[in-house]
Design a protein around this ligand. Structure first.
Ligand code: CP
Ligand code: NVA
Length: 303
């Protein structure tokens, strides 16, 4: 794998390998003398900090650039940005509005014969680095037991897509509860059904029934701010609170990629409850980035 744009750019076996590499706490310095360019078209706390920390731990130099500094497709084309950054850096991570921007950057590097890989740090379509951390978190609590039920409640968005693909690849059952008009398209549902056992609901109480893992994300993603008022009304029945959590299995965990909007997609009570693993999940962002760079470098630590 050269570029990492969606979680299924890795096979199931490769995901398991990345997760295993994420647990190597004193890894070889595979990024020694290597710099990594990190471009952010949107804000970030976890992604930027976890990437920079992981790169530092592997001996590399992170070079982060935020929106206005680069001007993707404004100051110069995304293709030219990619080719320029590839002449300095071993890897390029990018957080972009349009997923097609990442695809264009990857194509530009492929056609120029560059070895530099593009890593998706979130696009409108997917968030595969988050999905790796989500899988690491689920694995540490339950292992990947077949039939383990992961229930996503909220907007069917970038996080949902990568999470669902990853969990289905690992053999888990997935349910996705979204209000009418905020679910995946028919084609997308079919695509997910081809991977594994997935159900789609408009009633979150049905979707969450018997779940081992309950997952939610913001109702208004970055770039959708103008829809916020409409979404607050359309998602009013989709707050993950203690009443909804009572429908999940006893011992279920609660996950959220963060940032959380208290009282909207999740209540403070649930976020702070014993079931909540959100801080562990946030820390896993750093561990899986280490695992991903180790995997992409091709160097394997001696066990
Ligand atoms: N979960 C996540 O990607 O957080 P940031 O937007 O803060 O990077
Ligand atoms: N769905 C959210 C995830 C933030 C990490 C967004 O795209 O804004």
């Amino acid at each position: 794998m050269k570029h990492f744009l969606e979680i299924d750019d890795l096979s199931k076996e490769e995901i398991l390998e990345v997760l295993e590499l994420s647990r190597v706490l004193s890894p070889p310095k595979v990024l020694s003398d290597v710099s990594v360019g990190l471009v952010f078209e949107k804000p970030s706390l976890r992604t930027r900090n976890s990437c920079e920390s992981a790169i530092f731990q592997l001996g590399g130099l992170p070079v982060s650039m935020v929106s206005g500094e680069v001007g993707l497709d404004k100051r110069e084309s995304a293709e030219d940005v990619a080719r320029t950054l590839a002449s300095y850096h071993g890897y390029i991570g990018a957080r972009v509005f349009a997923h097609s921007t990442l695809q264009r950057m990857a194509s530009a590097l492929d056609s120029s014969g560059s070895d530099t890989g593009i890593i998706n740090l979130l696009s409108d379509a997917s968030h595969p680095c988050q999905a790796l951390a989500d899988l690491a978190t689920i694995q540490s609590h339950f292992g990947f037991q077949p039939g383990l039920k992961v229930a996503y409640v909220g907007d069917s968005n970038n996080v949902t897509r990568s999470l669902a693909i990853g969990c289905l690849m690992m053999g888990m059952d997935v349910s996705i509860s979204s209000p009418t008009d905020y679910g995946f398209s028919r084609a997308e549902r079919e695509r997910l059904r081809l991977i594994g056992n997935v159900g789609f609901f408009t009633d979150p109480q049905q979707g969450i029934a018997g779940a081992d893992v309950v997952y939610t994300d913001v109702w208004t993603s970055m770039g959708q701010e103008e829809e916020r008022q409409q979404r607050l009304s359309d998602f009013a029945e989709f707050t993950v609170d203690s009443v909804l959590m009572s429908k999940a299995r006893r011992g279920a965990i609660v996950m959220h990629c963060l940032p959380a909007h208290e009282g909207e997609e999740i209540s403070r009570e649930v976020l702070e409850s014993k079931a909540s693993v959100v801080w562990e999940q946030a820390q896993n962002r750093m561990h899986v980035m280490r695992g991903l760079f180790l995997f992409m470098s091709g160097v394997r630590p001696r066990s």
